[in-house]
Design a protein around this ligand. Structure first.
Ligand SMILES: [Zn+2]
Length: 274
């Protein structure tokens, strides 16, 4: 799938803390990309065992319920692989064990694009961000430099498991405010809502209007009925740089203008506990 003139995507991976994190911020984009032929992998870092106020619930039962809900949501969206790393929900820190586990999955699945949350988002709009969201996003940043991309970092992955270093072409951070890239998801909004509602222990039908309102707001500036917003970082590939150099040698030099940002809009962060 050609996302834009500079970014071709065959494989994408979402790395996030809890079941439903990906569905809230990016399930429309997932559904749209899967329809366009992208192979999608979910990598859920925690086991989701903290997400309940019910005194009769146990962490063990909730872990199993939420894993089943996440698998169902992924199936609705057409996500090919779902990886459960099963670190304890609510206790996540960017330790070297978590970093190794995430880097391993990136080296196995070799995504062109990685999605995660914005690790700089700590609070705003009456919402304090969950520390697991920040920790998971921090681990993703560290995976790009150096954990997944550098041969002599975590050398056991390369030496013992034969997992070559990998760096994606781009990182998409789910942005609830000030995104620089807006994805039109109008055609797949119903698929997104269906996937969200698969998280029955977390979301009920009353939340649908709120989520749709939030997606409408994200699409306003571009006149999309429903949209999702991201902050996008692009990384130069080693191979691409070599190809560019050869091309430059053959042709007269031309200016490489940095593409203007695609759009901006403002939207409120989700008001939810998790
Ligand atoms: Zn969460």
């Amino acid at each position: 799938m050609q996302f834009d003139e500079a970014l071709e995507v065959q494989r994408a991976m979402a790395i996030y803390a809890h079941p439903d994190d990906a569905e809230f911020g990016m399930a429309g984009t997932v559904a749209k990309w899967v329809k366009a032929g992208v192979e999608f992998t979910y990598c859920m870092v925690t086991n989701g065992a903290s997400g309940s106020q019910d005194p009769d619930m146990t962490r063990e039962r909730l872990r199993d319920i939420r894993a089943a809900e996440q698998s169902e949501a992924a199936k609705i969206l057409g996500v090919r692989n779902v990886v459960f790393l099963e670190f304890e929900d609510g206790y996540l820190e960017p330790t070297i064990d978590v970093r190794r586990a995430v880097a391993r999955q990136i080296r196995i699945h070799r995504p062109d694009v990685i999605f995660t949350m914005d690790p700089t988002m700590r609070y705003g709009g009456g919402y304090v961000n969950h520390p697991d969201h920040i920790a998971a996003a921090e681990v993703v940043l560290r995976s790009i430099n150096p954990d997944a991309s550098t041969r002599q970092m975590l050398p056991e992955l390369w030496q013992k498991e034969r997992l070559e270093p990998h760096k994606p072409k781009a990182l998409f951070l789910m942005a609830f405010g000030n995104p620089d890239t807006i994805v039109d998801v109008s055609a797949v909004v119903d698929v997104k809502i269906k996937a969200l509602l698969a998280h029955r222990s977390q979301i009920d039908a009353d939340s649908v209007d709120f989520i749709k309102g939030w997606m409408k707001e994200a699409g306003k500036k571009k006149r999309y009925a429903y949209a999702e917003g991201f902050k996008v970082l692009r990384f130069e590939e080693e191979g691409a740089r070599r190809r560019d150099t050869r091309r430059e040698e053959r042709k007269a030099p031309r200016a490489h203008g940095r593409r203007a940002s695609r759009s901006t809009t403002t939207s409120r962060p989700a008001r939810r506990v998790r």
